[in-house]
Design a protein around this ligand. Sequence first.
Ligand SMILES: *Cc1c(COP(=O)(O)O)cnc(C)c1O
Length: 367
Amino acid sequence: MTDTATIPLEFTTTPSQQAKADAEREAILADPGFGKYFTDHMATISWSVDEGWHDARVVPYGPLSLDPASAVLHYAQEIFEGLKVYRHADDSIWAFRPEQNALRMQRSAARLALPLLPEGHFLAAVQRLVEVDKAWVPGAPETSLYVRPFMIGSEAFLGVRGAHEVDFHVIASPAGAYFSGGVKPVSIWLSQEYTRAGRGGMGAAKTGGNYAASLLPQAEAYEQGCQQVLFLDAEERRYVEELGGMNIFFAYGDGRIVTPALSGTILEGITRSSIIALAEERGHTVEERRFSIDEWREGVESGAITEVFACGTAAVVTPIAQVKAQDFTIGSAGAPAGALTMSLREELTGIQYGRREDHHDWMVRLA
Ligand SMILES: *Cc1c(COP(=O)(O)O)cnc(C)c1O
């Protein structure tokens, strides 16, 4: 067997015959929303036990042909990534720390018994797709092209083991400003009945199964008038873990910042690690440790905790006004966004949109 990891992949490109006309695409880009419209092409790399990674291609966006017995449809052998691509003022196109997505996808793959996609293959697939579809990267403030790489077990076999045939795909979707009317603090719902991930489970992997587990508590959050759901640890139901798809931070008036430690049940956000780096550069002490819901309540009641925010690629940094639980509420719905929250948000988005100097070399030019 050839070690395909060391051979640069040659991509073939099949241009779409149904590419949207300029006017139609521009109309979509004027109000793209999130995850509703997709670009004209997609990138795919196939894998099999015998051939390794092969057949890298950019093809017209369209339905996949999957055998009904494919592993992903029965045993949820799936992982994904999410990253944004930004158009800068000079029309150059950039991604934010995409190699971190490639490495995280490898960690997710290991947990789900999927093959490791070499970092270079991941980056090449993203780059080739963005090059072909670069007209789809919007240019208005706070907009981006959201890129969604994912990997599925496609082998037709109902036996329970890792699939011997796998496909990696990259699709892309223009995204409007997350907070169109200005950044607005959110209310979140504390799920005390359901948990997201247990010790030894898949919590640290970016996999659809974790999202499936969060949909019912997320629906409960909506019923309670909250935008997001917050999960506690599965063992003691005391320690704050994360939201359905965002990590969480607590800022103290004395300059300390606390975020739940990566315990194996939390997804390691790239926004999370970037916020930690920016905060430490400003002289904040960032503590990664266990943080209980009682510590949150007491900290807000005493005034020691001054700001709470969530972070992730989709919304970048989101102020949290309050957390509601069955029997108590911490904070209040009308609480304004904190100054530190907003300035970290502004610094990070400034780097991403090329308005600020990128002295970490986080940005990677794609086109
Ligand atoms: C993707 C994700 C995050 C945020 O990660 P980023 O790399 O910052 O986008 C946080 N929690 C969960 C469960 C996620 O799936």
